[in-house]
Design a protein around this ligand. Structure first.
Ligand code: SF4
Ligand code: SF4
Length: 400
């Protein structure tokens, strides 16, 4: 019996929508299942999260509204191992985009987008409070004559814990004699949260408006605290190519060390291990820069965890997971803290506000004494000691 013409057309339309939203990224998949085997959800969940099946359904033009679509942290571990080079996160973000169109979205995500739309930040706080992190410091407004624009980002601007990281970086830049400024209360959200939850249409608007703002402000070199902001500016702003130079702060600090502008004169006797943030490591291949900074500090010993660099375990905070509930016992951060403890390190160092938040949560849940979580620039700040102005967190003594 032949199929009714209407149903064939409907199927074709759905297939086209899925193929368009996912950019056809699922096509090369040959269903080996490596992605399902490597995905870190397999380490914490009792039931298998089948990434392979999700990719297969996208290949067949079947949209998926299941909770599994929202689990992905976009850590790209699966992509690093996929033998066919499938852009798996593109498939998943495409499925999320369709879910927005069908209003099949988890509770909490619409308000995240309204926060970015109305307040310009992911914290739902007034833009007029964006510079509160600078209290007691003299941070000037950016001018084109400056060496760099210090792009702070939403979390370091508003979150009390991350504000310490912003203050530490400002202090270190000052010590190195860098001429820098910020956009103050005009600083916009980079759009990473919007991208990671799959709202492509709003993201395109945001990127256009931000690119215009940076151009009008005369920004050439931008230094970001968060690997997520860095990734956005480096890879998602097609209008800002040419002379625009986005850097993650670890890249910039290494440049300052190599130019002799940042010198460590005192010993910092500390055993540390480094957690690769997915958006710095797997996504942008910045594995060596943070390690070379740590190795430049006299007295500091760097030890590696079992899973590091290309095989680094995700903290669980990317891909919009910061705004979604994760059940107790299913946090990747718990596993990461245990791995750090096994190295005997005193400090678990990372360079991403999401990682700091997830790892510190896990540390407090596990009650692991003898280990602290610090951002890399806080370690640098401590190593510079009295040379820098702002008191932030004292890594050597463990005081926060
Ligand atoms: S690893 Fe790649 S080829 Fe294998 S099932 Fe997953 S997406 Fe398909
Ligand atoms: S990107 Fe990470 S969390 Fe997402 S499916 Fe791949 S391995 Fe799993």
């Amino acid at each position: 019996m032949s199929q009714p013409v209407d149903s064939v057309l409907l199927e074709d339309k759905t297939w086209e929508r899925v193929a368009e939203a996912t950019g056809g990224a699922a096509a090369p998949c040959f269903q080996c299942g490596v992605c399902t085997a490597i995905c870190p959800w397999g380490l914490v969940k009792d039931e298998t999260v089948s990434i392979r099946k999700m990719v297969r359904k996208a290949q067949l033009g079947l949209p998926s509204w299941s909770d599994e679509v929202w689990l992905c942290t976009t850590c790209q571990w699966c992509e690093a191992r996929c033998p066919r080079g499938v852009d798996i996160t593109r498939v998943i973000l495409g499925l999320r985009r369709l879910a927005w169109q069908e209003r099949e979205i988890p509770h909490g995500l619409p308000s995240l987008l309204w926060d970015v739309y109305f307040d310009g930040n992911t914290w739902g706080r007034p833009p007029s409070q964006r510079s509160l992190w600078t209290r007691g410091l003299e941070i000037k407004e950016f001018s084109p004559a400056d060496d760099v624009l210090f792009y702070v980002g939403c979390t370091p601007a508003y979150d009390r814990r991350s504000q310490k990281v912003a203050r530490a970086l400002a202090s270190v830049l000052e010590t190195a004699g860098v001429k820098f400024g910020t956009l103050g209360d005009r600083e916009p959200c980079c759009g990473d949260a919007v991208r990671s939850v799959g709202h492509e249409e709003y993201l395109a608007e945001l990127i256009d408006a931000n690119a215009r703002l940076f151009e009008e402000a005369g920004v050439a070199t931008l230094v970001a605290i968060s690997p997520h902001c860095y990734d956005m500016f480096a890879n998602r702003y097609p209008n800002l190519s040419g002379s625009f130079r986005p850097l993650h702060y670890t890249q910039y600090l290494l440049e300052l060390i190599e130019e002799g502008r940042l010198k460590f004169e005192n010993e910092l006797p500390l055993k540390v291990t480094y957690h690769d943030a997915c958006y710095l490591g797997r996504r942008n291949s910045l594995y060596e820069e943070p390690r070379r900074i740590l190795q430049a500090i006299p007295g500091l010993e760097l030890v590696e965890m079992e899973r590091s660099r290309e095989d680094g375990l995700c903290c669980g905070g990317g891909g919009g997971r910061m705004w979604l509930e994760t059940a107790a016992g299913e946090r990747f951060g718990d596993l990461r803290v245990k791995e750090a403890l096994e190295t005997g390190a005193e400090v678990l160092v990372t360079s991403c506000p999401h990682c700091i938040s997830c790892l510190e949560d896990s540390l407090s849940v596990l009650g692991a004494s003898g280990l602290r979580v610090r951002d890399l620039v806080e370690v640098v700040h401590s190593a510079l000691g009295a040379q820098s102005q702002a008191a932030t967190s004292d890594v050597a003594s463990g005081r926060s």
